[in-house]
Design a binder for this molecule. Structure first.
Ligand code: SF4
Length: 216
């Protein structure tokens, strides 16, 4: 395992890189306290081609004990050969995105801080390109940074959105995805007490506090 030392005390971050799918796969660790305590994600190539199939799995290692692997098979249309990979670790929420679309979201509260890095199987270095780390702090939604597509009214989504899908699942009558930008926005303000309650629930559940209710 090789970790990025300056990230050791960090809690919330985004890791982004390009990966040309190969038989070796690519694995990375996050919230790593030491070699016995960390979370990990691995992408493997199941079927190559322009309609490729990947397997994404995530698991934890705590006190040296490897936990159950949660695995998801992901079909992907890919004409360029390069797959854009992104993972956001914010609070207890983790979102894996491929080609700017979320493909897996999960929560885990056991490790709250620790380093980011890569791990290798069979001694193979992962072939990643344009690696980028972003360290983020959770700040309240700011009406000055709201997306232009939000309809006027008190609820809005600002530019901290990590496209985790939670608000769209919680309040589907009010939140939609901007597919080009890869983020949520409010496309209808709540019109009933039920919708208002669901919008508040989405706002409280948003892992990066990208939803505000102080709009005009
Ligand atoms: S606004 Fe928040 S809850 Fe909705 S998709 Fe963005 S990050 Fe997720």
């Amino acid at each position: 395992m090789s970790v990025y030392e300056p990230s050791r005390g960090e809690t919330d971050y985004r890791i982004e890189f390009g990966w040309v799918p190969d038989a070796n796969g690519v694995g990375w660790v996050f919230r790593s306290r030491d070699a016995d305590d960390y979370y990990a994600v691995r992408l493997r190539l199941i079927k190559p081609g322009t309609k490729l199939v990947l397997a994404a799995e995530h698991f934890s290692v705590l006190k040296g004990e490897e936990g159950v692997h949660s695995r998801k098979v992901i079909p992907l249309v890919n004409n360029s050969g390069l797959v854009q990979v992104r993972m956001d670790a914010i609070g207890t929420s983790f979102t894996l995105s491929l080609q700017d679309a979320p493909v897996d979201t999960w929560t885990d509260a056991r490790l709250d801080a620790g380093a980011l890095g890569f791990y290798q199987e069979n001694g193979q270095r992962p072939a990643v390109q344009a690696l980028h780390f972003t360290f983020t702090g959770k700040t309240m939604a700011d009406v000055a940074n709201k997306y232009a597509e939000n309809v006027p009214g008190k609820f809005y989504v600002d530019d901290q959105c990590i496209d985790c899908d939670l608000c769209r699942e919680t309040a589907p009558a009010n939140f939609k995805r901007n597919d080009d930008g890869g983020h949520s926005y409010v496309y209808k303000q709540p019109e009933t007490p039920e919708e208002e309650g669901l919008c508040k629930e989405a706002m409280e559940g948003c892992p990066v506090e990208a939803i505000g209710n102080d709009g005009e």
